[in-house]
Design a protein around this ligand. Structure first.
Ligand code: ADP
Length: 477
């Protein structure tokens, strides 16, 4: 079987969030099951920085129409972990500092960039004589492909046997653009209706994936249910409910060749279940020195790593700090996102001094050190399709506190002194009071060393590797 992944980011070449982790790890896991997998993504500067010498330029030139403009592009390839990665090379659209935009907002030509990219992928497949069985697309940036396969490429000999799968990683981002953009997509006008891509007068790229893909998935079973409700559907619950029979939820996994404290090259000492306590406390001490955190002895180190957007619950954390919840703890924030949160966090740092470390950057090595050196990991997302942070935290013996939603509900088992199951803490009403109560009770249980060690043991023993989920995808294909 021939599977083509199409994604706007992929580890280790480019990353802003979990989408990149998934599109790096799932193809590798599928290749291990004997499937031929190819991954298509844009050639960003980060790809060249990593692999410039090893990229092989393919002997094809693509001419892609975006509205009235004809753009030319090349394709490079590299093989890694039995997966072929192809990168679409077009300087004007992809040689930029960030993937989608800056802290001030999205790049204004994102619609054209991803119309170009999706068409370029289909043209590459034709030129490279690849006839995919499955084209597996991810999020709004690649959502036009299922539509193209059912319209302008419907009768192309390369795609006669091709089916499409579309995975929703985050419906909070839909690719909403002005109606004039519809012309640039290049499909007949009849698709610009409420039954098609039209969405309250605008063009909605995500809808193209939801309506035209043969199968839909999202990244946890609970989220597959939630997304069909008004509260979590982002206005697309109607479309999703109509496609209920084709929609399934498959839990993401973690790539333990990257996220494993026993082998992690960014931390010292390495550790496993036998020596986690001493090792974590050494890493914690070094981390506090590095980030100039002044922590009372016996105080837990609490952390947050993630995109700074409303989704991730950063406001709850800021308000909890103001309420004094972290007075007897240390708090590390690592994130990049909206400018308003950058400002709020810097102000918080100014007010709270040495108990808080605010790091407004995307920093892979630091992320590894924080997962390892912290005791508690905050992931108070308002909605969370899957969430990788809590699964990474488990592996590093760092205990997550999350809201009972989506993938957090599917992976975190709330601690209860009468049960021997808990691996973290879940609050069940989305408000500051409930969040603060959970943080307080986690800090209290942290002081009961034997009890805490049992929770850490359960967390580190949990298995969220890709093997099981890759089998589920294979069944779906
Ligand atoms: P989302 O995909 O919604 O951003 P996930 O929890 O699924 O959230 O995945 C987030 C991934 O991005 C994790 O691997 C996390 O460690 C990583 N990450 C997020 N922000 C940063 C950052 N500022 N620096 C380093 N890694 C980050």
């Amino acid at each position: 079987m021939n599977i083509v992944f199409v994604t706007s980011e992929v580890v280790p070449f480019s990353k802003t969030g979990g989408l990149a982790d998934v599109c790096g790890a799932l193809p590798k896991a599928l290749a291990k099951l004997g499937v031929k997998v190819m991954v298509f993504s844009p050639l960003y500067p980060s790809v060249e920085k990593l692999k410039k010498e090893k990229l092989r330029v393919k002997n094809i030139v693509l001419l892609i129409k975006v509205g009235e403009r004809i753009k030319t592009a090349q394709v490079c390839q590299i093989r890694q972990s039995k997966v072929d990665f192809y990168f679409v090379d077009e300087s004007e659209y992809f040689k930029r500092e960030f993937l989608y935009g800056t802290a001030q907002g999205d790049y204004p030509d994102n619609a054209q960039r991803f119309i170009f990219f999706t068409k370029a992928v289909l043209e590459s497949l034709i030129e490279l004589k690849i006839k995919p069985d499955i084209v597996h697309c991810h999020d709004w940036q690649t959502a036009l492909i299922p539509l193209y396969l059912k319209t302008i490429y419907a009768n192309h000999p390369s795609f006669l046997a091709t089916k499409s799968v579309f995975t929703i990683h985050n419906p909070g981002y839909q690719g909403l653009f002005s109606p004039a953009t519809f012309y640039d997509i290049g499909v007949p006008e009849k698709y610009f209706t409420p039954e098609g891509l039209e969405y309250y007068g605008k063009v909605n790229f995500l809808k193209a994936g939801l309506l035209f893909a043969d199968k839909l998935t999202t990244v946890s079973p609970t989220y597959a249910q939630e997304i069909q409700t008004k509260e979590f559907g982002f206005g697309l619950e109607g479309v999703l409910t109509k496609r209920q029979a084709d929609l399934s939820g498959i839990l993401n996994g973690i790539d333990y060749s990257i996220w494993n404290p026993a082998k992690d090259k960014f931390i010292k000492p390495n550790y496993d279940l036998n020596n986690w306590s001493e090792a974590k406390s050494k890493i914690k001490t070094k981390l506090c020195q590095k980030l100039k955190l002044n922590l009372p002895s016996q105080a837990p180190l609490i952390s947050f790593i993630g995109r700074l957007t409303i989704q991730k619950g950063i406001e709850l954390i800021i308000e909890a700090v103001k309420a004094g919840i972290f007075n007897n703890a240390g708090l590390i924030i690592l994130g990049l996102g909206e400018e308003k949160y950058h400002k709020l966090l810097l102000k918080l740092k100014e007010d709270c001094g040495k108990r808080i470390s605010v790091n407004l950057s995307f920093d892979e090595p630091l992320a590894h050190q924080i997962y390892a050196g912290s005791d508690i990991f905050l992931i108070p997302s308002h909605y969370e399709p899957c969430g990788l942070g809590q699964m990474i935290a488990f592996k590093y013996g760092t205990i997550p506190i999350g809201y009972k939603t989506g993938g957090l509900a599917d992976t975190i088992i709330d601690y209860n002194e009468n049960s021997d199951q808990g691996n973290g803490f879940l609050f069940t009403s989305y408000n500051l009071k409930a969040f603060i109560e959970k943080v307080k009770s986690a800090i209290q249980i942290y002081q009961q060393k034997n009890e805490w060690a049992m929770i850490v043991k359960r967390a580190m023993n949990a298995d969220f590797s890709w093997a099981t989920s890759a089998q589920e995808y294979l069944k779906l294909y």
